[in-house]
Design a binder for this molecule. Sequence first.
Ligand code: C2E
Ligand code: MG
Ligand code: MG
Ligand code: MG
Length: 289
Amino acid sequence: HAKALGRNQHHAYSAELNKAARDRLQLEVQLREAAHAGQFELYFQPQIHAESGALVSAEALIRWKHPVHGLRLPGTFIDVAEDSGLIVEIGEWVVEQAIRTAAGWEADGLDCRLSCNVSPRQIQRPGFVAHVRNCLDRYKVTPGKIELEITESLVMSSDSATIDTIAQLRALGLSIAIDDFGTGYSNLARLKKLPIDRLKIDRSLIQDVAYSAEARTIVNAIVSLSHGLGYDCVAEGVETSLQADILSVIGCELLQGYSIAEPADEASFLSWAAARASRPRQVQALSIL
Ligand code: C2E
Ligand code: MG
Ligand code: MG
Ligand code: MG
């Protein structure tokens, strides 16, 4: 009896596994089609200077405009793209599209940097630096207008070849940010030797700054560590103006999050930027710290 039960459970389990595997495979096929059908689009979310409120930069975030399922967020497909290796092709498109967009903004007189996310697999592939250089040349953008975001875990766990690649990218004149800082394990000894420009403090650390003295202590420490090493800081996931004010007092240079603006398509982002230019946010002095 027990044996039969075990067998049934086993069957149910493997049926589920099969379904998961099929779903994954189907997603992979759809992703491949999406890449060829041009269903990906970049959305843009501003990063503002904490003190003046001025627009400094924007992060490009991929969206999948699925003909049936509508707008799909990267959380629903980036993992599968990574595992299947499709991220290389998608990521090359992201880099080219971002550089093309930044070149357009520069030509139109919009003074705004543009950053895009690059995955570990992408950066570790030979030819990545050449692809970036090629796009910079082709679209004739000032390289300083471009930033690449790489994750903390990649930088901290990576071999000297990857660090060398990051240095080569930086030597092209673009800037490098470490994304989601504070979520992985950070080898602090390693942090000092990195060819990078800024740390993006993860949303999970920003979340509690208004309510928790401990959270403020941690963010404060990251900001001073970062400054001491010659990097600047971006806070991600800033959802309230109180968080924004606190981060400004702490000395975090840049702010990104829903309280400033949500990611939006290019046309919406550009009208947001135009409105912003005429009335930047004023920050009030705070005595909370
Ligand atoms: P990320 O690079 O850390 O991007 C920030 C994410 O936080 C974005 O989610 C953004 O929409 C969201 N966000 C921004 N402000 C707030 C806020 O105030 N509150 C909350 N709760 N969330 C906020 P999104 O666009 O869904 O992207 C998720 C992740 O997918 C990104 O995290 C990044 O790791 C990855 N990703 C996005 N685009 C690309 C891409 O083109 N290539 C690669 N390799 N990865 C990408
Ligand atoms: Mg990012
Ligand atoms: Mg991030
Ligand atoms: Mg994040």
